[in-house]
Design a protein around this ligand. Structure first.
Ligand SMILES: NC(=O)c1ccc[n+]([C@@H]2O[C@H](COP(=O)([O-])OP(=O)(O)OC[C@H]3O[C@@H](n4cnc5c(N)ncnc54)[C@H](OP(=O)(O)O)[C@@H]3O)[C@@H](O)[C@H]2O)c1
Length: 297
């Protein structure tokens, strides 16, 4: 099979499309014929060697953690899927023709493989940070970096729960945030004053790592009401960094429910082939993805 792989940490040019053996699913795992793989910032952070302390990795390594496809082989003890089922979920080395998943759910009716591949990590992260920050129905949540993959999921889940969201994004994404039910403003000069004029803030999420933790603490009045997924310096200001992946099967089940009820849709910014994985990483690293970029196999 074809698979994207790298033998040294570095820039996008370390990625190569190689021939490899099909991976074998272990107990509690499944193998899928990958139809699409989601591109997450974690993929290029790992490729650069940024997260080696937390996640030691042996080279050569594959790329990708999210995918959607057709069940092709079933590991010992797995009873909830059959060969041929269409599933989406999380695993490893998903930029490939075949990949092993550790967590999955059946794809909701009407969802394409391309769309489905964009959901697993962003929905798990969105559910985790909303829970961590403790925002309740009727309250107002400020989201810095609201138009990306995680932001798109946070805004829609919050709306479904009756939480008002004020979101920051680039000028080109103001209408997009409005369409997702949020009160938008841009993140350029004076943004904190503009947010203040939109109303009092009960809790805040930093999803972009844009260096705004002091302002988020000031706007909420309490570092315990702020959570970041992208600013490693935040804990020095008393703000929690959400870094431990939560319950992925539960998150996938919740994603299916939200999608089926028409409450959640993550748009695809652009699709790429396996051979274009380096371009997908360059575009993701540019930092202005709306929704998710997806590799189509
Ligand atoms: N700790 C964890 O568990 C965890 C989990 C998932 C993701 N992450 C991290 O969280 C970050 C977001 O992930 P993602 O998948 O949502 O990324 P993404 O889809 O690439 O989105 C990035 C977003 O950042 C926005 N942005 C760029 N500059 C900004 C600024 N100065 N102020 C506010 N927003 C700005 C962009 O908005 P515009 O296009 O509108 O400019 C873009 O929509 C990444 O750094 C990722 O590595 C961490």
């Amino acid at each position: 099979m074809k698979k994207v792989s790298y033998s040294e940490f570095g820039g996008p040019d370390v990625l190569h499309l190689i021939d490899a053996e099909k991976p074998q699913p272990g107990p509690g795992q499944i193998r899928i014929a990958v139809r699409a793989a989601g591109v997450n910032p974690a993929d290029w952070r790992v490729r650069e060697g940024q997260v080696l302390k937390a996640h030691p990795l042996q080279l050569p390594a594959g790329v990708g953690q999210d995918a959607a496809g057709v069940v092709d082989e079933i590991g010992e003890g797995v009873e909830d899927v059959r060969i041929g089922d269409h599933v989406f979920g999380r695993g490893s080395s998903t930029y490939a023709e075949f990949a092993v998943l550790r967590a999955w759910a059946r794809m909701p009716e009407g969802l394409t493989f391309e769309e489905a591949a964009g959901y697993p990590s962003v929905v798990e992260t969105a559910l985790r940070v909303i829970r961590m920050v403790g925002v309740r129905p009727g309250q107002t949540l400020l989201v810095s970096g609201a138009s990306g993959g995680v932001g798109s999921a946070v805004l829609q889940i919050a709306r479904d729960r009756g939480i008002t969201v004020i979101g920051t994004a680039g000028a080109a994404n103001q209408d997009y945030l409005r369409h997702l039910g949020a009160l938008p403003t841009t993140y350029d000069d004076g943004w904190a004053d503009r947010v203040r004029q939109l109303g009092p803030i009960d809790a805040a999420l930093d999803l972009a790592g844009a260096g705004v933790i002091p302002e988020l603490v000031e706007l909420t009045g309490d570092p315990r009401k702020v959570v970041t997924i992208a600013d490693l310096g935040a804990p020095t200001l008393g703000v929690r960094f959400a870094d431990t992946t939560g319950d992925v099967p539960a998150a996938l089940a919740e994603a299916v429910d939200l999608i089926t009820r028409g409450k959640l849709h993550i748009p695809i910014e652009k699709t790429y082939t396996l051979a274009e994985a380096a371009s997908a990483h360059i575009d993701s690293q540019a930092g202005h993805t709306r929704g998710r970029r997806v590799i189509v196999v």
